[in-house]
Design a protein around this ligand. Structure first.
Ligand SMILES: [Zn+2]
Length: 219
């Protein structure tokens, strides 16, 4: 899902869908700008489940706040108190809980065609963030493992930014996030990465590899 500024736009997109066009809500992580609209969507589509990793599940079903986490950056340690508290309380009766470091979503929901959608657990920005790889389109939805907007959005966004690190305030474990970017770069078969807050064009594998390569020294 996109930025909070676009929540209304996303709602309109959902309203244009036919009921049978939406089969699964694949949650990357529970931050409000990614999951805040889900209670409404689940109400609108009562037959549609949501997938979430087990390490993120407590945050989207109402059991845990991100403020309870310890972080490895001062930006999170101080900034977490300014983050809005979650009021997302998704129904556990609709959840598909993903476990492990990666796998085929069909292993957790047998009606999903085998080999269509895999997930990759990429902690750091949040404990249970996952990226989803749709094999038929060779597309990877990264969540906030990477973004393609400037960290000072909206002031300095410009068309030249193709990959960037996510805004640091909500990232609780920066070092783990960087390792997750390396993991993401090693997954074979990806043609296009769709970073968070993307305009819909995505970035090429080559652009993503050069971004990750330039960050390696930080590890
Ligand atoms: Zn986030």
């Amino acid at each position: 899902m996109g930025s909070m500024q676009c929540t209304g736009c996303i709602a309109l997109l959902f309203l244009q869908l036919q009921p049978n066009h939406l089969r699964l809500l694949a949650v990357t992580h529970g931050h409000l700008d990614h999951a805040g609209l889900l209670p409404w969507v689940l109400d609108e589509y009562p037959a549609v489940p949501f997938a979430v990793h087990e390490a993120e599940q407590p945050f989207v079903t109402g059991g845990q706040q991100y403020q309870q986490l310890n972080g490895d950056t001062w930006t999170f340690t101080l900034g977490k108190y300014y983050m809005p508290k979650l009021n997302t309380s998704l129904p556990t009766s609709r959840q598909i809980v993903l476990t492990g470091s990666n796998g085929d979503v069909s292993s957790f929901a047998s009606w999903v065609p085998k080999g269509l959608l895999t997930f990759h657990h990429l902690p750091g920005h949040s404990p249970g963030q996952v990226a989803y790889f749709q094999h038929s389109t060779k597309s990877m939805v990264t969540g906030d493992v990477i973004t393609n907007m400037a960290t000072s959005f909206p002031v300095s966004r410009n068309g030249k930014i193709k990959c960037d690190n996510p805004f640091l305030m909500p990232t609780h474990m920066y070092h783990d996030m960087k390792k997750s970017q390396q993991t993401l770069a090693k997954i074979s078969g990806v043609e296009t990465y769709f970073p968070s807050h993307d305009d819909g064009t995505g970035v090429s594998n080559a652009d993503f590899q050069s971004f990750v390569g330039a960050q390696k020294d930080e590890l």
